[in-house]
Design a protein around this ligand. Structure first.
Ligand SMILES: NC(=O)c1ccc[n+]([C@@H]2O[C@H](COP(=O)([O-])OP(=O)(O)OC[C@H]3O[C@@H](n4cnc5c(N)ncnc54)[C@H](O)[C@@H]3O)[C@@H](O)[C@H]2O)c1
Length: 391
């Protein structure tokens, strides 16, 4: 009886509400109520996809489920896979499979207005520049190019032609990381003192991939640098990194597999990061922000949160964390595609700007230099034409 007084009115007399954070429920409500305002009224974009390996397959899968895109070309050099891919994805004869030697067909086809790039990093610069000079908007996997000079040339080409060049920093579109950033920006943890990012890759990428990756700083750590700057809204003035190659095959190609870094920001905040090419227990992705009012963090996600934990004499066993990026960032890739289409079709401002991508490339170069020389690297941003407030 002690709590009966809290019963209140019948729930039928109350307006049903749900938390805004459940954006998937919002999608469902839009579908069930045919909310036309939530859907794009623009005609679908006509697309070509370069590269159907790990990243390209994720993008193709999202594109196939998205009525805003029609695929006209798939460009890849593994010709032997073409028929199998056509069958697997139930692609009609209207979709042309071609090799990169025939890529001119894409550039010259005026009906193609969007190009998705998921080919190896060393091929990006050429595909970006040719696509843009032929008036196509581009969605390019990170990094845009192997070095900052080529990245700058890509953005200059896009600016000169008035085309969109979108760098696919997928983690920004992860609901958990975005939620963390929103809380930090609302002041929930106060003045940020420390931000910690852990990114340990799984599975171990092939040596062939690593040879063409541009090195771990430009291939992997760009995500971590982008994440901390994006959360803090500022760029570091000092970069320190230490790195080892503990895997002999990685050492043989003069790259690193084990990295720690420390960035110092003008606000006084420091960022600590640890990154590994190989995590034996799954794709370890964590982010934590500590300020003078509190702490907010994103922990690893698991395929089955609701599964009961198994308790035994050995302790408690939970479902394993996600194995790799396609599963951990599944929603992020989907949301990233929607954002790109909003930029192209609705003129929505691009969230990953040219100067942010260039800044991340400069930080990656500085961090690699620090790791190779053992010296801290001070960064001067005064000549980089970067807006005073990084947001
Ligand atoms: N954002 C992310 O989460 C993420 C994850 C993985 C890879 N990537 C990026 O995606 C890119 C591709 O990486 P991946 O792991 O998918 O590589 P991958 O080796 O699995 O696939 C690359 C594909 O591109 C094809 N290819 C090679 N040269 C080509 C060309 N000139 N034109 C068209 N296709 C060509 C290859 O045959 C292969 O099928 C890299 O830039 C990488 O940094 C991003």
């Amino acid at each position: 009886m002690a709590t009966k007084k809290f019963a209140g009115p019948s729930p039928y007399s109350l307006k049903a509400t749900y938390p805004e954070d459940d954006y998937l429920y919002t999608e469902y409500v839009n579908d069930v109520t045919c909310n036309h305002a939530s859907k794009s009224q623009a005609p679908p974009v006509m697309a070509a996809i370069f590269g159907l390996g790990r990243a390209g397959s994720i993008h193709l899968s999202n594109i196939m489920g998205n009525p805003r895109v029609v695929v006209k070309y798939i460009v890849d050099d593994r010709k032997e896979r073409f028929e199998e891919l056509r069958k697997y994805w139930s692609l009609s004869k209207d979709v042309c499979f071609i090799t990169s030697a025939e890529a001119d067909k894409v550039y010259k086809d005026k009906t193609v207005n969007v190009v998705f790039i998921g080919s190896p990093t060393h091929t990006h610069h050429d595909i970006v520049v040719k696509s843009i000079s032929n008036n196509k908007d581009v969605y390019c996997e990170k990094p845009i190019a192997e070095n900052i000079e080529d990245t700058r040339k890509c953005y200059e080409a896009a600016k000169a032609k008035g085309r969109i060049l979108f760098a696919a920093f997928n983690r920004r579109f992860d609901p958990a990381y975005r939620g963390l950033r929103d809380r930090v920006r609302k002041g929930d943890v106060g003045h940020v003192q420390i931000i910690k990012v852990t990114a340990r890759d799984s599975p171990l990428p092939s040596i062939d991939y690593l040879k063409n990756s541009g090195g771990v700083f430009h291939d992997c750590l760009v995500h971590d640098f982008d994440m901390v700057c994006w959360v803090l809204g500022e760029l570091p003035v000092r970069v320190q990194a230490s790195a080892s190659a503990l895997i002999p095959e990685v050492k043989a190609i003069d790259d690193f597999d084990t990295i720690a870094f420390l960035l110092t920001f003008p606000s006084g905040a420091v960022a600590l990061g640890d990154n590994s090419r190989f995590s034996a227990y799954g794709y370890d992705q964590r982010l934590e922000v500590f300020g003078n009012k509190g702490m907010v963090k994103v922990e690893n996600e698991r395929p089955c949160h609701a599964t009961e934990a198994l308790l035994g004499q050995g302790g408690v066993q939970l479902t394993p964390i996600y194995y790799s990026f396609p599963s951990r960032y599944r929603l992020a890739y989907r949301r990233e595609l929607e954002h790109f289409l909003d930029i192209v079709q609705k003129g929505t401002p691009m969230e990953v700007t040219s100067w942010q991508t260039l800044a991340v490339s400069k930080i990656a170069t500085a961090a690699e230099r620090s790791a190779r020389t053992g010296q801290a690297v001070d960064l001067d941003w005064t000549k980089d034409h970067i807006p005073a407030v990084y947001s």
